[in-house]
Design a protein around this ligand. Structure first.
Ligand code: AKB
Length: 373
C-alpha cells in the first residue's frame, strides 16, 4: 500500500480511537518513522515470547527511594530473586546490597542506561527516580533534570528495546483548577509544582510514545504512600509517615499541615499490588494508559484520632509550612478510581483503621526493641 494512503488510514483510525485508549492497536509504529534517537526499535525481530511475560527481567530505577526496595522484594517473590535488579546512583546499605541484585545506574546517562538494559536483557522497567513535590520546589533545575530529562532517556531506551514500562504519576499531577472531590481520571491538570508539571509531562509523553511507537507504557496516579520500614523524602504527604514514627517514639508530633487538610493516601502493600496488577493486565483490558488509584482519604486531625486509640498519651501540635500547605491545598481530596476498578479489577485492602493498626504494630515493636537494648 502506498505510504501516503497508509498514513491517511492511520490518521483516520487515530481520530476514531478513544482519547487515551489503545492507539497501539491502530498504529503500526514502523510506518511512522524512526525513534527520536534514530535507533530503530528492535520490535521487528524481537517478538515477545510467553516466557518473557511470565518471567520478565526487571530493572527498577531510583531503587533506594521510598518504594523501590519494597517493590523489589515483592517482585522477587513472584519472578525470582535474580530477575529483579534494583538500581540507584547512591550506595546501598548492606542489607539491601545482600538481598538481591543491585547495580549503579544513572538515568541521566542515556548510553549507560542502554548498556544496563542490553547487558541484563531487561524486559520490564519500573521508573522510580524522581524528586518529590516539596523538595522539587527547593531545587527546580535538579528536579527538571531528573524528572523530565531522565524520563526522556527512559522512554527512548524503553521504546528502542520494546520494554514494558511503568512510570508512577501522582495526585501531584493535578492543580487548583482540577475538580478536587472527587478528581476524575480525565480533567483539567494545571499543577503549580515542578514535580506536578513533570508528572503531567510523563503521563502525556508515555501515552504519546504508546500510540506513536507502540511503547507498552503503563502509569498509575499514586496517592500519598504510607510505608513502615522505608522513609519517603521531600513529599507533601510525608507528614503522615512521620506521625506514626514520632507517635511511637516520643508520643508527640509537630504537623506541618493544617488539621483539616484532606489528602488521598494508601498503604504501601496496596500500592505495590496495584502496580503489579496493572503491569500484568492484558493490554486489551486497558481503556487508558494512566489511571487514578485510591484507597482512603484523611486529614491530620482524623489520623491523630486514630493514632490516639493506640497511643493514648499522643499529642499533636501544628507548625504550618506555607509551601507544603499551598501544595496540599491545590491537590485532590479524593481520587475517583472507578475506571481502574472496572478495567483491571483494582480493589484496595487497607482502610484507615487497618492502616493505623499495621503501622503502630510495626513501630510499637521497633520501640520495644529499642527500649530493651
Ligand atoms: C509527595 O507528597 O510529593 C508524594 C506524592 C503524593 O506524589 N508523596
Amino acid at each position: 500500500m502506498p505510504v501516503i494512503r497508509m498514513l491517511s488510514r492511520v490518521v483516520s483510525q487515530m481520530q476514531q480511537s478513544p482519547a487515551c485508549g489503545c492507539w497501539l492497536l491502530a498504529v503500526p509504529a514502523r510506518f511512522l518513522g524512526t525513534l527520536p534517537r534514530q535507533v530503530q526499535s528492535d520490535a521487528s525481530f524481537h517478538s515477545v515470547s510467553f516466557s518473557e511475560i511470565d518471567h520478565p527481567r526487571i530493572l527498577i530505577t531510583g531503587g533506594l527511594g521510598q518504594l523501590g526496595v519494597g517493590l523489589a522484594n515483592f517482585l522477587r517473590k513472584r519472578f525470582g530473586k535474580q530477575n529483579v535488579i534494583l538500581s540507584d546512583i547512591r550506595k546501598p546499605p548492606n542489607h539491601i546490597f545482600h538481598s538481591g541484585p543491585f547495580i549503579y545506574s544513572d538515568i541521566l546517562d542515556y548510553k549507560h542506561l542502554r548498556e544496563v538494559v542490553v547487558n541484563n536483557r531487561i524486559t520490564w522497567l519500573f521508573h522510580y527516580s524522581a524528586l518529590l513535590s516539596a523538595v522539587g520546589e527547593t531545587n527546580v533545575s535538579l528536579a527538571r533534570a531528573v524528572n523530565i530529562t531522565g524520563l526522556h532517556n527512559v522512554l527512548d531506551v524503553a521504546a528502542e528495546h520494546s520494554l514494558r514500562l511503568f512510570v508512577p504519576s501522582s495526585i501531584g499531577a493535578f492543580g487548583p483548577t482540577s475538580p478536587r472531590n472527587p478528581t476524575p481520571d480525565l480533567c483539567i491538570q494545571r499543577p503549580r509544582t515542578i514535580y506536578g508539571v513533570s508528572k503531567v509531562h510523563a503521563e502525556l509523553m508515555g501515552e504519546y510514545y504508546c500510540y506513536r511507537y507502540g511503547l507498552d507504557f503503563r502509569c498509575l496516579r499514586y496517592p500519598g504512600i504510607i510505608s513502615a520500614d522505608t522513609q519517603p523524602g521531600g513529599g507533601t504527604t510525608d507528614y503522615a509517615v512521620q506521625m506514626f514514627h514520632d507517635a511511637a517514639k516520643n508520643g508527640k508530633f509537630e504537623c506541618n499541615l493544617k488539621p483539616t487538610t484532606r489528602l488521598p493516601m494508601m498503604y504501601i502493600d496496596d500500592c505495590l499490588r496495584a502496580t503489579l496488577e496493572v503491569m500484568e493486565a492484558p493490554a486489551d483490558s486497558l481503556s487508558m494508559r494512566t489511571y487514578n488509584i485510591s484507597a482512603m482519604s484523611f486529614t491530620p486531625e482524623e489520623l491523630a484520632q486514630e493514632v490516639l486509640k493506640h497511643v493514648p498519651e499522643f499529642q499533636m501540635t501544628y507548625n504550618v509550612d506555607s509551601v507544603r500547605q499551598a501544595i496540599a491545598d491545590s491537590w485532590p481530596m479524593n481520587l475517583d478510581d472507578s475506571t481502574a476498578r472496572k478495567d483491571w479489577g483494582w480493589k484496595h485492602d487497607f482502610d484507615l483503621p487497618e492502616l493505623v493498626t499495621t503501622m503502630m504494630n510495626f513501630h510499637g515493636s521497633d520501640t520495644r526493641v529499642a527500649q530493651a537494648n
